[in-house]
Each structure stands twice: as structure tokens, then as C-alpha cells.
Write a protein that binds this ligand. Sequence first.
Ligand code: ASP
Length: 585
Amino acid sequence: MYRSHTNGELNSEHINQEVVLSGWVQKVRDKGFMIWADLRDRYGITQLIFDEERTPAVMMEDAKKLGREFVIQVKGTVIERESKNPNLPTGDIEILVKELTILNEAKTPPFTIEDETDGGEDLRMKYRYLDIRRNPVKNKLIFRHKVAMEVRNFLSSEGFIEVETPYLIKSTPEGARDFVVPSRMNGGQFYALPQSPQTFKQLLMVGGMDKYFQIVKCFRDEDLRADRQPEFTQIDCELAFVDQEDILNIFENLTRHLLQKINNVSVDKFPRMTYDDALRLYGNDKPDIRFGMEFGELNEVAQHKEFKVFNDAELVVGIAVPGGASYSRKEIDKLINWVKRPQVGALGMVYAKYNEDGSFKSSVDKFYDEEDLKHWAEKTKAQPGDLICVLSGDTNKVRVQLSALRMEMAERLGLRKADDFAPLWVVDFPLLEWDEETERYHAMHHPFTSPKPGQIPLLATDPAAVKANAYDLVLNGNEIGGGSIRIHDKATQAQMFDYLGFTEEEAKAQFGFLMDAFQYGAPPHGGLAFGLDRLVAILGGQETIRDFIAFPKNNAGRDVMIDAPAPIDEQQLKELRLSVVKTKE
Ligand code: ASP
């Protein structure tokens, strides 16, 4: 028996009991005649004591040899501690050691295994197994497990069945590049790793499984922005014989269940907002609604004066920054420089101070009088004391820029509180999205998404106006889930591929299996997927997903611990009938 108890378990109720403990040596304090060691495992820390009077001399010698992170086993008696530590669950007791076994020695770790460590990110990633011994990382993995269990419990109780789908498949278009895997047995041919189990879950619906879910890895080869991982985890779901309303209700309940169980927070019915409104009011299809600062469009009240910049703009739009009227000239100049940074890209910013006394002072007083500025205040819902910040230009660009400013100001004003949860359904997404690069339409969600009933004829005349039965769940400004009602008949699916620029042959080669299946009694169906990593991070009150992943990759998509990706040897290449062409960088 390696242990009778864990290191987080013993307290004054166990005094005088004989116990066996195992774990890692956190630290040793050697006073010569007395040695204390902290023994650590996943559950906590227990103090061990060796003392000259009560401990045999040989064991004192062994105890002196203990180093950080040695793995040891001890047998001993639980005794009352002289100086108690009220901050530790085991702080009232210590173990008078009677037998000490060194199970394994350890090299001195390259960083301290403490909550506050001296190790930088890169070093900790290289020795991730040591990092996982630290509470902040360990607790996040435990937290993730709890969330995943609650997801499984909830969906199971709702009648969902978890079904595994294959990883070696054919491309599923979710808007990224595929990771491909060469097939040795089928030389010159490749599997693609799933960007999601999309087509398989639809086939499960044709197979009559009716309520499916899977906590599943997805793989997308895309340029890694901060906090994206090339492999990530989805809670993937699909249901048959449902409409959009059914789906929104079930997954709203799941999210509510998680917020209740994990965060002890009750949330009322989730608000819903159309995609168009989200863009109009927040410049963003995943608005953070924990705070106001809604956009006020000013075209009506700011154009047709003498100010050419606004007159020439497609959109003039502003937000009211709470308390901003007190900003100094210097602070405002800094803000203007902030929106002009290339990352934001605005050409400039017009501002109007709505002073506490009700007067206005703007950067465009030459063109606008108090009466005009009052209208600006009405449109942006500004209160006395606020600063109205106005951007103008091309609608899409200006919205993105003002959204960036809105988020920045909220951050500076402390309005993005991690323990405040504001979920939101964004609905009625456009079916298609114009791609400047390829100069054609792409499916905004994916090509299996169904247009809203009755909108198919519009595809021929005004494709950009066609709305889809597609929805996203947004939490605190992050898209945590998204899905759609699917097309379930062959003719519409074929038509959709045609609109998306697939030839009949291409569509058949890539998705023939799905269209075939649709001929054998496909039920109406729809679903969605949550991003588990991000959901867990948000519920855990953090911005970054990396710590919630046991073995994450870095920004270059590398696992620095196992050093992957890596070249493969000649023999393997030969078997795969591949050769690597070296190109100059
Ligand atoms: N497969 C979709 C995605 O990964 C989710 C869905 O439509 O269910 O975003």
C-alpha cells in the first residue's frame, strides 16, 4: 500500500493514527536536530517531522538527503502541531515519521513549483509536467473536468447519446485549412483531420440517432492568433425533428445549468439579437453586453453641415464614454492616437465633451453648435460628464474600429468583470459572405446551413440579403457556440453547392456521400457546437484558454515539450511514397 490517506486529508481528528503517505517533497527545513518536510500531492500538503530525539539516526541522515520534488513514502503517526497553520486544511497536524522510503530522486526542477513561480512561459511549456504540479495549472485542469462532467450529465439527462466519430476523414469545410495525413496503404492519398464532425453528425441523424453529442477534438490549420490552438475541443451536438427554437432552448438550459453548477450564478432568459442589430449597435457579431456604450448612428444629425469628412462618409457613428468629459486634452490626444494605431486603423476621431453643467465642447465646434451636439448626445445616449467619441468612413470598417474603441474603454473603466455573466443569442446570420480575395460568396457558417424558409429565390437575385437559420451563443463578448438548422434534402444541398461555386463533379467528389444519404429519408435536423476550451476559460474567469489545456501548443503551433512537428525519416517517407521538396524561405 503506497498510501492510506492523501496529503490534503488529515486533521486533528486523525491524531494518534498511524498513516502511510506518498508524494513529492515540496520543501525541507533542516534545523539540524529537527527536520521538517512538506509532502505534496494533488490533494494538498502535509507536514512531516523528523526529530533527533524521536527519529533513529539513520533516518535523520536519509531525511537530510531529501531534495525538492523527491518522490517519497512515509509511515508515521499523526500528531498535533506546535505552531499551527490556519491557512492549511492539514495545518493543525504533522506526521512524526517512523519509516521513510525514497521512491525516486529528482533533479532540481528548472523553476519553482509554487503558485507564484519564477519560471517563464516558454520554460514552463517545455516542462509542462512540472507546471501541472502547480496549483494554478492543476486546478484549471480539475475545473475543466468538472465542466465537462456537468455537460455530460446534463446532455445525458436530456436523452443525448455520446457517439464517437472518426478522425481520419475527408475534408469538412469549416473555413480553415485541413491538416492532412498521408495514407501508407493507399499511396498518394490523404485523410483530412476533421475541422469538426459536421458531416458525421448529420449522417447520425439520417441514422436515426436523433440526439447526439460528443466532446471531441477538432483540427484547423489556420494562422494562429493569440489564444487559438490548432487542435481544440468542441461540445458537438445535433438533433433531429427540431426547429431553431428547440435548439436555442436546450442549449440555453445547458449554459444556465453550467453557470448555476459551476459559478453559482442564476441567469434569466438569454436575450436575443439579430446579427444586423449586433453590428448596428455594437459593430460586432459577438457583442459584450455586460456594459452599455451602444453605438449611436449620427448620419442624420451630423451630415449636410459644412464638415466634409462626415459628409463624405458612409457611416458616422459614436459612443458615449462614461465620465470621459473630464479627460484632459493630453488624454484625449492619446485616445486619438490609440484609434489611429494600425491595429485599429481609424483615420482620426472627432469628440464632444458633454460637460457636467450641460454645456458641450467639441473638436468640431466650427461646424456644430450646442443644438447639434445635443442631438449627438441623444443618439449616443450620452449623459452629462460623458465623452462622445465619433468615427466615420466605410460602414464595415468604422464599425470594427469603434467596436475596438468600445472594448478598450470598457477595459480601462473596469466594466469587463470576470464574475459578471452576460449571455446572448445572436440570430439570423446571413447565409453567405462575400470573400474579397476569391471574389465569390462563401457560406458564412458552413455549406450545410439552411436558408430561412422562403428565402431560396433571393439567392438568385440578392444573395447577400439571404438570412440563414444560424445562431451563435455569445458570452461576455466571446462566441462560445454556434450552429444552424441544416439543409436535409438533396436538391437544396446541390443548389447550395452550386451557389458556392462547386461544380457538380466537385460537389459529388467531396460530399456525394452526404447527398446520397439525403435520398434515404433524412429527417429535418440541426445542431450546434460549443468551444469547450473557451467556455471553460470564461467560466473560470480567465481570458486565455492555454492554461485549461493540459498540453497546449505555442503561437507557432509547436509543442515545445515533445518538439513537434518534426521531420520524419527517409524510410517513413518512402513507405508513404512522399518526398519533401526543400524550398527557400
Ligand atoms: N460544425 C459547426 C462548427 O464547428 C457547428 C455546427 O454547425 O453545429 O462551428
